[in-house]
Design a protein around this ligand. Structure first.
Ligand code: XMP
Length: 327
C-alpha cells in the first residue's frame, strides 16, 4: 500500500528504530508497487533524491536507473561524490551526464536572475527527458517529494516543482517513497540507510546552484571563483565546528572588480562575499557571529588561493531586508 497522506497520528521519525521500521514498510510497498518494472530517478545528490535512490536500490536494485545531470553549477566535489556513493559503493545503475557546456553556453550573457533560473530549469528537463527517451520500457518516475512540498503546493505557496515539467510523451507513474516525511525525518532515514554524513546533513542548496551566486551573467572563470571560495568556506567551517551549527553558508562573487595590490603590483580583481545565516524556515534569517580571527583566516586563504580574487567581505544583512541568496 502506498501512503499518499501523512497520517495525523504518525510519530515523528527521530530514532534509528523508527527509521528502520519506516524503511521496512517502504521496501515492501515499493516492491509491491513496482513489481518487475523499471524506475527512473533524477539524482541530484541532495538529501531527498539520495534517500529515494538508496531506498529504491534496496527495494528493486538494478530495476532503478539514476540520472545525475552535472549542469556545471554544482559545488566542488559533488558530482564525484554521487558517482562514488551510488555507482561504486551501492552498485547502482547510474547515468552521469556531463551537460556543463550546454548549460553554460545557454546562460552566456544572461544577467537577469529569473531568466537564469528559467533557463537552468528548462535545460534540466530537456537533458533529463533526452536521457529518459534513450531508455526502453521505463514505467515509473521516482521523486524526492517531501511532505512540506505537498503542504506548500496545496496552500498555493509554491508550485510542486517536482512533478511538473516533463514532456507529455514521457508518461510515467510516480513513485514518491518519502512524500509523507518532513526533512529532519528524511535525514534520520538516510543515516539509517548508510548514506555518508556529508550527504545526509547537507545544508540546503538551491536548484539553480552556484548560478545564483555568480551574480549577473555567468562566466566560467568567475564561476570557478565561486566554486573554489565556497569549498574553502565549507572546509574552514567544518574544521572549526560550525558545520551542522550554521544553517546555510556560502560565497557570492559579484560581477565587478576592485583595485588591490598583489606581489607589489596593482591588481584589478573580484571581491568574494561570505554569507552565513541561521533560520527556522528560510522566511527570515539572522546572521551568524563568526569569530573575527576565523574571518581573517578565511580571507587570507581566499585571497591567496582563489584565482582572480583580491578582496573578501562579510554580508551582515538579516532577512528581511536582504534575501538569503543574492539573486
Ligand atoms: P532566499 O534567497 O529567497 O532563499 O531568502 C530562501 C531559501 O531558498 C533557497 N533558494 C532556492 N532554492 N531554487 C531552490 O531550490 C531556487 O531558485 C532558490 N532560490 C533560493 C535559498 O538557498 C535559501 O535556502
Amino acid at each position: 500500500m502506498v501512503t499518499l497522506v501523512r497520517p495525523e497520528n504518525m510519530e515523528r521519525i527521530t530514532t534509528p528504530a523508527l527509521a528502520k521500521a519506516f524503511i521496512e514498510e517502504q521496501l515492501a510497498a515499493l516492491r509491491e508497487q513496482i513489481g518487475d518494472k523499471k524506475v527512473l530517478l533524477a539524482l541530484s545528490g541532495g538529501v531527498d533524491s539520495s534517500v529515494v535512490a538508496a531506498l529504491l536500490i534496496k527495494a528493486v536494485g538494478k530495476q532503478l536507473t539514476c540520472v545525475h545531470v552535472n549542469h556545471g553549477l554544482l559545488r566542488k566535489g559533488e558530482p564525484e561524490q554521487v558517482i562514488e556513493v551510488f555507482r561504486n559503493q551501492m552498485d547502482a545503475n547510474l547515468i552521469y551526464v556531463d551537460a556543463v557546456d550546454r548549460f553554460l553556453d545557454k546562460l552566456a550573457g544572461v544577467d537577469d536572475p529569473e531568466t537564469k533560473r528559467k533557463i537552468i530549469g528548462a535545460e534540466f528537463i530537456e537533458v533529463f527527458a533526452e536521457e529518459a527517451r534513450k531508455l526502453d520500457g521505463v514505467t515509473f518516475l521516482a521523486q524526492g517529494t517531501i511532505w512540506p512540498d505537498i503542504l506548500e503546493s496545496e496552500a498555493g505557496i509554491k508550485a510542486h516543482h517536482n512533478a511538473g515539467g516533463l514532456p507529455a510523451d514521457l508518461n510515467f507513474e510516480l513513485v514518491e517513497p518519502v512524500r509523507i516525511l518532513f526533512k529532519d525525518e528524511v535525514r534520520v532515514v538516510g543515516k539509517e540507510l548508510g548514506l555518508p554524513d556529508g550527504m545526509v546533513y547537507r545544508q540546503p542548496f538551491p536548484g539553480p546552484g552556484l548560478g545564483v551566486r555568480c551574480v549577473g551573467a555567468i562566466t566560467r572563470d568567475r564561476l570557478e571563483a565561486v566554486r573554489e571560495s565556497d569549498a574553502i568556506l565549507r572546509e574552514e567551517f567544518a574544521k572549526n565546528g560550525l558545520e551542522g551549527k550554521v544553517w546555510q553558508y556560502f560565497t557570492i562573487v559579484p560581477d565587478f572588480k576592485t583595485t588591490g595590490v598583489k606581489d607589489g603590483k596593482r591588481s584589478f580583481e573580484w571581491p568574494v562575499v561570505l554569507r552565513a545565516v541561521n533560520t527556522r524556515d528560510a522566511m527570515s534569517a539572522t546572521v551568524e557571529e563568526i569569530p573575527f580571527a576565523l574571518l581573517q583566516h578565511i580571507t587570507e586563504r581566499i585571497t591567496h588561493e582563489v584565482k582572480g580574487v583580491n578582496r573578501v567581505l562579510y554580508d551582515l544583512t538579516p532577512k528581511p531586508v536582504g534575501t538569503i541568496e543574492w539573486e
